[in-house]
Design a binder for this molecule. Sequence first.
Ligand SMILES: [Fe+2]
Length: 298
Amino acid sequence: MKPSVWPVSETFAAEIGDLDLSQPLSEADWQMVEEAFRTYAVLVFPDQRISQQQHVDLALRFGPIDGSMVVDMTDAKSRIRADIADVSNLDWNGEIYAEDDRLRLFGHANRLWHTDSSFKKVPAKASLLFIRKIPPVGGHTEFADMRAAWDALPQARQKEIDGLVAMHSIAYSRQKMGFEMTAEENEVLPPVPQTLVRRHADSGRTSIYVASHAGEIDGMSEADGKALLAELLAFGTQRQFVYSHRWRANDLVIWDNRCTLHRGTTFDDKRWRRDAQRATVMDVAPTCEQEGIDAAAE
Ligand SMILES: [Fe+2]
C-alpha cells in the first residue's frame, strides 16, 4: 500500500500513514518521505516498532549522525547506544531520575523554545525522536514554523535582520533555567556564531534562525541583542505558527531543525516515565558558511 500524507497543521506538519519503518524502505517510499520532509518540516509516523538499529539506519538516510554528548552520559550500564541521545527522564536502569539528578535538571531547559544543537558549530539538520513510553498527561512537544514566521515579518524588519549573526551557547539556555555548566563543559562548547536568517536549501524558502541558546548579537550591545532575540522568539512562536504534538506511545517524529523551533511541555516527571530517544542528523556546514557570511567572531 502507498504511504499516505495527512497534513495536521495549516502549513508545516503532517502525519505519514501506511508506512512500517521496521521494514526496509523501498526507493519510492524513501522519495515520498524526502518529499514530505521538504514540503513539511514536522513528520509524524504513528505506531512504529523500531529497534535502535532501525532508528539509526533511518537517521542515516538524512545524513551523518551527531553522536557527541553535551554532558557526560557514558556509562557501562547505559540502556541506549551511544549514537542515540537519551532524552527520557530515566536513569541507566530505567528508573525515574531522582529529584536532584544533574541530568534531570539539565533537561529542564528543553522546555524553552530551541532548535537542536544550534550551540554547536555545525548544528542539527534533522532530529528523529522516538517515544516508547509516554506520561498519561502532559509531556507534549510544540513546534513553531520559522519559515511562516519569516514570511509574516514586515519587510522592513526582514531587511534589518538579514545578515545578522547571533552567538549561541548551551550555557545561555541552561542559565535561564538556573543550571550551571561546569568549566570543562563550557570549554568544550564555547559560544558559536549562527546566522539569524537562513535560506532553506530544500525548499528555497527563508526562515528565522533563533533559539533560547542565542545570547547575543554580533556587533550589538548586549541589551540591544537580547531585546532583538526576545522579540524574534516571541514573534515566531505565536500560536498561528505553532503545532502542538500530543504523543502516542511508539510515535516517531522527524523535524527539520533548520526552519523550526520546538519545546517540551511539562509533565509530572517524578511520577511518570517518558522514554524518549533521539537520533540527531548533522547539517552540512556551519550556518554562516552556508549563507556566505564571514563570521570569525567568537
Ligand atoms: Fe530539542
